[in-house]
Design a binder for this molecule. Structure first.
Ligand SMILES: NC(=O)c1ccc[n+]([C@@H]2O[C@H](COP(=O)([O-])OP(=O)(O)OC[C@H]3O[C@@H](n4cnc5c(N)ncnc54)[C@H](OP(=O)(O)O)[C@@H]3O)[C@@H](O)[C@H]2O)c1
Length: 399
């Protein structure tokens, strides 16, 4: 589809009038993909924090999953419990973008050892160097999330290293908005869901015991989410919308042979597959919270760091999109967040003693203040979360 500069102006969408529940859009390839992934965050502001009922501006509905205060680790407990050692944090996909910026922010504090879990060792080494990270603050370990064997090997090597695990950040992702045909992981799962969800699902399940054993003041499992999967936002309403349907494609293995490559059983769509994978990420975080928070004291969290329009996430997009998207976000939508700022936000979720509440999806307002955001009905559907957990267990060989 031809790109038109006209697609950059906000006249291509209309904000709902007060009292109307959903915005309307005129979609184009450029605009649809851009807004659906990255338009201004949720129109969220501190006002949303106070107002948890239906919000006519963005169609937000009351959250179905409410975060609960951490019983095992309260803020005072965190403050009171001191440790002399550095915290150990694994960050997947730390070779660029948000993961790298987070690694850098944590390394600069001198309080963290960062395990950069990356598929390209040399790229990660160069990235750490160019970010000015001191050698003593990081270790690079090979991890390819598109291969369950690689995930298992990574976990084995990590356990054998004898290093404690205090925080795990599931950050890596692939996004294929222009793909006409699906591609697949080593085990034959559609690539976006296979990497972003199934690879991380296995990784976090296999490392859960290590997190449980951590004696660090606050142990955490963080799965990076996205505004894209949340249809209670303007951005989440741009087609193709996230929709997991009745999970028939996931149940069939997403292999394109005896099942669809899409979770809902539909035709392959790369942009939708990414959004669906993000819904799985956010549902998985909540399911972890329900199953393990109380017994383990682990804080489970997700977040939308804001629109980081300059990262490699858009590498498969056409060059004109990559050229225009950052200024579009910066000057028109005003949802742009720099990699440095986004890295500080995720670093906060890793280490800030005030962010120990479990089951939360964090966002930041225009003043860069964090707040507990609302998830869409689908991204907070407990029954769906349970089913996805059980189906995913089968697919990754845990059940
Ligand atoms: N950019 C945004 O505006 C935005 C908005 C909301 C949420 N997010 C989320 O932020 C996270 C990071 O994205 P980003 O924007 O920082 O993009 P990015 O710069 O492309 O980072 C993605 C990372 O994932 C890694 N990766 C991809 N496939 C992998 C695999 N099979 N195994 C291991 N690592 C793999 C990449 O490794 P290579 O370096 O080897 O390619 C890269 O390090 C994602 O979860 C994304 O959904 C981003």
């Amino acid at each position: 589809m031809a790109l038109q500069t006209a697609a950059l102006v906000p006249a291509t969408f209309t904000l709902p009038k007060e009292g109307k529940s959903s915005p309307s859009f005129k979609d184009s390839t450029f605009f649809g993909v851009s807004l659906s992934e990255h338009a201004k965050a949720d129109f969220s502001s501190s006002a949303l924090r106070c107002k948890r009922e239906f919000n006519p501006r963005n169609g937000a509905v009351r959250a179905e999953t409410t975060a609960t205060a951490t019983p095992a680790i309260s803020r005072s407990a965190v403050d009171g419990k001191k440790t002399l050692r550095k915290g150990s944090v694994i960050i997947t996909g730390a070779s660029s973008g948000l993961g790298l910026a987070t690694a850098k922010a944590l390394a600069e504090t001198g309080k963290w050892h960062i395990i950069m879990a990356c598929r390209d060792f040399l790229k990660a080494e160069r990235a750490a160097k160019s970010a000015g990270m001191s050698k003593q603050n990081y270790t690079i370990m090979h991890l390819d999330l598109a291969s369950l064997d690689s995930v298992r090997q990574f976990v084995d090597r990590y356990k054998r290293s004898g290093r404690p695990l205090d925080v795990l950040v599931c950050n890596a992702a692939v996004y294929q908005p222009t793909a006409k045909e699906p591609s697949f992981t080593a085990e034959g799962f559609e690539l976006s869901v296979g990497t972003n969800h199934l690879g991380h699902f296995l990784l976090s399940r296999l490392l859960l015991d290590d997190l449980k054993q951590s004696d660090y003041p606050s142990k955490r499992l963080i799965i990076v989410g996205s505004i894209t999967g949340n249809t209670n936002t303007l951005a989440g309403n741009v087609p193709p919308k996230a929709n997991l349907g009745d999970l028939r494609g996931l149940a069939g293995g997403l292999n394109g042979l005896n099942s669809s490559t899409m979770i809902d059983g539909g035709e392959f769509d790369g942009a939708k597959a990414y959004k669906d994978s993000k819904v799985c990420n956010m549902l998985t975080m909540q399911e972890f919270h329900r199953r393990f928070h109380e017994e383990s004291g682990i804080t489970f969290a997700s977040l939308y760091p804001g629109c980081i329009a300059t990262t490699g996430l858009f590498r498969e997009h056409i060059p004109l999109f990559r050229l225009l998207f950052p200024p579009f976000q910066k000057y028109i939508i005003k949802g742009f967040v720099s990699e440095d700022e986004a890295g500080k936000r995720l670093a906060q979720v890793v280490s800030d003693p005030s962010l120990t509440k479990s089951g939360v999806y964090w966002s930041w307002n225009q003043n860069s203040a964090s707040f507990e955001n609302q998830l869409s009905p689908e991204a907070s559907d407990e029954e769906k979360a349970r089913k996805i957990w059980e189906l995913s267990e089968k697919l990754v060989g845990l059940a």
